[in-house]
Design a protein. Structure first.
Length: 571
């Protein structure tokens, strides 16, 4: 038998079924959660395309209709793509229904998010009282990782996978609680899991977690999992067919790097779960960590589930965690938010409901405060990206945009959109490093984001002063050491001698610039030779550059360059 806490034997308790519980109440809570998503994130509807939105639209517009269901050549062409056909179907549906209007895509994004929280609530209600299930769903919505995916159409699959995954769990549980139709419930659960995996591969480990849910006997769980095993085999076959042999890309991870990367991952994920540092965000993070430990300590079964849940949410992002992104923490945040109410229901049985409700309210307030603090910065960043992109569309030939927030790949897609889709004049450009101004003094017409007015302004009148100040800050004699190795699959580098400050790869006289770690490697799908400068920016504000270095990733040759401190300075 299990005690009032429901955890002593590892069995998750079911919520009490008091007489008179109304479906209207349940619908009201679910509706309130959906409304909360709109209240929190409604400003996204005024954004334009940001981040990789245009890359995904390029794939949709530039390939045959429904290519994502049948054309393996598109999946295997560089740059590498994930197997996410339902994401492209969702974007294609928006294009078909609403045309290429960013507002419609963002409204769809919000609508999908407004379904995710009620779906999580419905899943948690299988075991929890309404108050605690609602707490978990609300905290999920308020998380910084969720705020990040609310802003970006490109990551809609991170949103739409949640209702599918919750439905897969719910149907799995019903297969045991309604055994007379158990075969149908388990088959439907397997189908929902399969669709979730095709939406986003982070859902794949869920198929391994389902048998750990304490419903029925172990033998019954294994028997019910036959449909899921078949679905897993089908998914693997489809993935291999479309993607072929996995081709690594991005930052290279060598065998000796894996232990350090694995040890660093929990801290990176925790930082993304916390969001912008503040007393409220730290308090919320600590409460979530305490909840995980509290639930795990109740029984060996709970410890297994918590441990497996953490492993299944962290393992898929480990290979790409060299450069952490907020969306990589969404699965871990979902798992923590779903565990929180189990701890609170158990706490309520020990310390009293009223005291627990008061503490839960305090947690909710902390989550709301942390969310608003974090959301302000995230929204501001996306608003800047939108404004810069819209300004670029109106720029005349020869005009340049200074230091836009987008990375080079995004800017290339923006040019495609302007020139090929919209048919607007060619010839506008950008530069990402102010070295461009020093090397091209003839540059006369430059636009730039102005933080004071939060608009893109004409910088041309101030350009001589900006150029003079920046060029004088370049220390041509400062020490700098560069070692870059072509490895046949990409490049690896060691930069120095400084351990503090920032290093950048600068290409095209500053037209392209990317921040890079002091030591690292990057796998490339296209191994064409290229040239670059290495930039170092000191914490004190001065900068220095290497000369132009020619790199051939396919040649497996080492390029070394060093500038020592001048003898007179050394003395």
């Amino acid at each position: 038998m299990h005690s009032g806490t429901g955890y002593t034997d590892g069995v998750i308790p079911r919520p009490p079924r008091a007489a008179g519980i109304s479906i209207v109440t349940e619908v009201g809570i679910a509706t309130g959660l959906a409304a909360l998503a709109w209240l929190l994130y409604a400003p996204v509807v005024r954004l334009w395309w940001t981040h990789d939105d245009l890359y995904h639209l390029h794939l949709v517009l530039g390939n045959p209709r429904f290519w994502y269901f049948w054309d393996r050549a598109v999946y295997q062409a560089p740059p590498p793509k994930m197997l996410t056909p339902l994401l492209f179907l969702s974007l294609d549906a928006d294009r078909f229904l609403f045309g290429l209007r960013p507002m419609a895509f963002h409204i769809h994004q919000l609508a999908s998010l407004s379904l995710a929280a009620p779906a999580l609530y419905a899943m948690l209600r299988l075991w929890l009282e309404r108050a605690w299930a609602a707490l978990g769903a609300a905290v999920f919505l308020l998380g910084p990782p969720v705020a990040s995916i609310a802003l970006m159409v490109m990551v809609r699959h991170y949103v739409e996978v949640i209702p599918l995954a919750a439905l897969a769990v719910g149907l799995w549980v019903l297969a045991f609680r309604r055994p007379q139709h158990g075969i149908w419930w388990s088959g439907a659960s397997a189908l929902c899991w399969f669709l979730a995996a095709l939406e986003k591969e982070t859902a794949v480990p869920l198929v391994l977690f389902l048998p750990l849910i304490p419903e029925g006997t172990v033998r019954e769980r294994l028997r019910r999992a036959v449909f899921h095993a078949a679905a897993l085999l089908a998914y693997i076959a489809i993935r291999v067919y479309f993607l072929g042999t996995p081709q690594p890309y991005g930052f290279e991870v060598k065998p000796g790097d894996w232990p350090g990367l694995a040890l660093a991952l929990p801290l990176k994920v925790a930082a993304e779960m916390r969001g912008m540092p503040s007393p409220a965000s730290w308090a919320l993070l600590l409460v979530l960590l305490w909840s995980l430990l509290f639930v795990a300590a109740q029984s060996w079964g709970n410890a297994l589930r918590v441990g497996a849940g953490l492993a299944f949410t962290l393992a898929p992002v480990l290979p790409v965690s060299t450069q952490m992104e907020p969306r990589y923490a969404v699965a871990a945040w979902l798992m923590a938010a779903a565990t929180l109410p189990f701890a609170w229901q158990s706490l309520s049985a020990r310390s009293g409901r009223n005291r627990s409700l008061a503490a839960a309210l305090a947690v909710a307030v902390c989550a709301l405060v942390a969310n608003r603090n974090d959301w302000t910065d995230r929204l501001a960043d996306s608003e800047r990206r939108s404004a810069e992109s819209l300004a670029f569309l109106s720029m005349a030939p020869g005009e340049l945009l200074r230091g836009p927030r987008g990375v080079p790949g995004e800017l290339g897609e923006l040019r495609w959109w302007k020139e090929e889709v919209q048919g607007l004049p060619h010839g506008a450009g950008w530069f990402l490093d102010d070295l461009y101004l020093c090397l091209h003094p003839e540059t006369a017409r430059v636009l730039s984001w102005d933080e004071a007015t939060r608009k893109v302004i004409d910088l041309s009148p101030r350009l001589p002063s900006i150029r003079r100040t920046y060029c004088r800050a370049i220390h041509d004699t400062a020490p700098l050491a560069v070692e870059i190795r072509g490895e046949g699959t990409g490049v690896a580098w060691n930069l120095g001698p400084y351990t503090e400050g920032r290093y950048r790869f600068v290409l095209g006289d500053g037209g392209t610039a990317v921040d890079m770690p002091r030591t690292g490697g990057f796998l490339l799908r296209q191994l064409a030779p290229f040239s670059l400068r290495i930039k170092y920016e000191a914490p004190e504000g001065w900068v220095t550059y290497s000369p132009v270095l020619s790199i051939d990733p396919a040649a497996k040759a080492v390029v070394r360059w060093r500038r020592e401190r001048p003898a007179e300075e050394a003395r």
